[in-house]
Design a protein around this ligand. Structure first.
Ligand code: ZN
Ligand code: ZN
Length: 147
């Protein structure tokens, strides 16, 4: 008996036990919604990363990391946390990505991987040596974007 047959056999034998009315449906639906949400978040992320990557292939501006899972959008002039708070996107990236798109992809972001981004944030430099923390410039224009 192969695995598939085994599972089928198991299912038939325990058929009644699989029939939890309602709860199963709810759980399945919740998972499905979560999955749809995840996919749409992933797509907004991908779109944003592509826009800010040099040749349209998402990659870290410092080390060239290409795994989407490791990539993130960096506020070139800093102030990222405050900015996320202002637009209500403290929790995760998806809101920020949608905001960026709505703003027409302003020129204040770049793509970094989590390593380079964290190093830059904590130490003020990345050991790869390819990027620098730019001096925070508070122009009127940026102020209005932030508020
Ligand atoms: Zn990197
Ligand atoms: Zn780096």
């Amino acid at each position: 008996m192969n695995r598939k047959e085994y599972h089928r056999e198991y299912y038939l034998k325990n058929k009644e036990r699989f029939k939890h009315k309602g709860t199963v449906w709810k759980t399945k639906n919740r998972d499905r919604l979560r999955e749809l949400q995840r996919r749409s978040d992933w797509n907004s992320k991908l779109e944003t990363l592509k826009h800010y990557s040099i040749d349209g292939t998402p990659q870290c501006e410092c080390c060239g990391e290409r795994h989407i899972e490791f990539l993130t959008i960096d506020h070139i002039h800093g102030g990222g946390n405050q900015h996320r708070k202002n637009i209500g996107a403290s929790g995760g990236g998806a809101k920020l990505y949608r905001w960026i798109k709505k703003q027409g992809y302003p020129n204040m972001f770049r793509v970094l991987c989590l390593n380079c981004n964290a190093s830059l944030g904590w130490f003020g430099y990345c050991p790869h040596g390819n990027i620098q923390k730019e001096v925070k410039i508070e122009t009127d224009n940026q102020q209005s974007l932030f508020s």
